[in-house]
Design a protein around this ligand. Structure first.
Ligand code: FAD
Length: 392
């Protein structure tokens, strides 16, 4: 595996660094201090659009895909960009307009017509627009096989009933990819994914969740009450699920999401380490061997996590199975970053308990990365089963 960063990647990283310093971090701090997500009409989102954010990885056959500042190309590039943008602000990364987490299932499962219909509007959008992804339910998120939202066929349409929780950008989204089951007894085999459009009858009850960190974007619960969805909004169409005996066949083994989440945690951890070092210097603490030792240990752990994330991403780019490496990176990085932020708060002393310092925000922000995309505990369960050759 080649660890070098090429000239094009270096240039993108430098551009992102400058945007992070001048735009992303100030906007993230603004939201954190207000204790609320930036509203959809905040001029900051227009700035992001002008900088090339907000688009889709999809393009009609024969047409060139628009470049996106932090996405696309390879999983390795994605990991590098995720680390850099999260160094400046992770919450803003999710608040950024675009199809978001709803895009991968549409790209992976959608028909050509569905890709054009739902992702087409994200090609050079004239104003900031969002998509969303809803799997988690109030009863729990780890046991995805047991989602309770029900889907029932009714003529040409589907009727959805259930509740979803902690869905990023849901109330501002043009559509939400909602996972439901046609029969809970079938586990993942009963899952279906629907694109539920804004204003669909029966979609409502949007309520912003309270969060300790990542306040720049909304995490929202909502319900579906006899929500009618046209048959054309079933992702992939009925043949897709028949051919794969349900949803399970759609899960792929080249995971690029978890390495990116790990890299985001490393970015937050690196920011915390820089802040911690700066405060230690200003307070004259760098002369103490024990402080230096803890700072060095923190950097060492973060570097090791970044290498793991790059390795997992590289495997994904080679189309080689990377479940173990992706889980290892995802399990380790948030804890290493939490340690960096915690050390920083200790170095701050009394000011570390006030709650208004950047280090305090980083401490609150990074915890969520141990929870999303499979909690750290779930990653450890997956790895232990893999070690013992048990089925996952
Ligand atoms: C900031 C944030 C943003 C999010 N955004 C989205 C989003 O956009 N869309 C979406 O669908 N979801 C989203 N989520 C939800 C997230 O995916 C879930 O929180 C996550 O899957 C964990 O589910 P849970 O919180 O319900 O915990 P639970 O599943 O209830 O688990 C509780 C605890 O038990 C542990 N546990 C559970 N099962 C086992 C087991 N078998 N063995 C050992 N330990 C176990 C877990 O690790 C956890 O510590 C978001 C969450 C957060 C915090």
């Amino acid at each position: 595996m080649n660890f070098s960063i090429d000239a094009a990647q270096r240039e993108r990283l430098a551009w992102l660094r400058e945007l992070g310093r001048t735009e992303l971090r100030p906007a993230g701090l603004r939201a954190d201090r207000a204790g609320a997500p930036l509203p959809p009409d905040d001029p900051f989102f227009e700035t992001l659009l002008a900088a090339g954010f907000g688009g889709t990885l999809w393009a009609p056959a024969g047409e060139r895909r628009a470049d996106h500042p932090t996405r696309g190309h390879s999983a390795v590039t994605q990991v590098l960009l995720a680390e850099e943008s999260s160094y400046w602000d992770r919450g803003i990364g999710v608040a950024t307009p675009g199809p978001g987490l709803g895009e991968p299932p549409i790209l992976g499962m959608g028909t050509d017509a569905q890709k054009a219909r739902f992702l087409g509007p994200f090609r050079n959008p004239p104003r900031p627009i969002w998509g969303a992804f809803a799997m988690t339910e109030p009863s729990g998120g780890s046991d995805v096989a047991n989602i309770r939202t029900r889907a029932r066929k009714d003529g040409d349409a589907w009727v959805l009933n259930g509740a979803k929780a902690f869905c990023g950008n849901a109330s501002r989204a043009e559509w939400i990819v909602v996972f439901a089951t046609v029969d809970p007894a079938l586990g993942r085999g009963g899952h279906r994914a629907f694109v539920v459009e804004r204003g669909s009858p029966g979609l409502g009850g949007f309520r912003l969740e309270k969060k300790m960190g990542l306040k720049a974007y909304e995490s929202t619960s909502f319900f579906l009450e006899d929500c009618r969805v046209p048959g054309a909004n079933l992702l992939g169409g009925e043949d897709y699920y028949a051919a794969r005996a349900g949803f399970k066949g759609a899960m792929n083994t080249f995971n690029a999401g978890r390495p990116a989440i790990a890299a985001m945690a490393v970015g937050i951890g690196r920011a915390a380490l820089d802040e911690a070092t700066q405060h230690a210097r200003e307070a004259g603490l760098l002369a103490r061997e024990r402080i230096r030792d803890r700072l060095e240990r923190s950097r060492r752990r973060l570097k090791a996590c970044m290498l793991l994330a790059l390795r997992a991403a590289w495997l994904a780019d080679q189309r080689q199975p990377n479940m173990l490496e992706a889980s290892m990176a995802k399990a380790q990085a948030p804890l290493a970053a939490l340690e960096a932020a915690s050390l920083g708060k200790e170095i701050l002393g009394l000011a570390g308990g006030r709650g208004d310092n950047l280090l305090d925000k980083l401490f609150r922000d990074v915890k969520a990365l141990d929870i999303v995309e499979g909690t750290g505990q779930i990653q450890r369960v997956v790895m232990a089963r893999q070690l013992l050759n048990l089925p996952n």
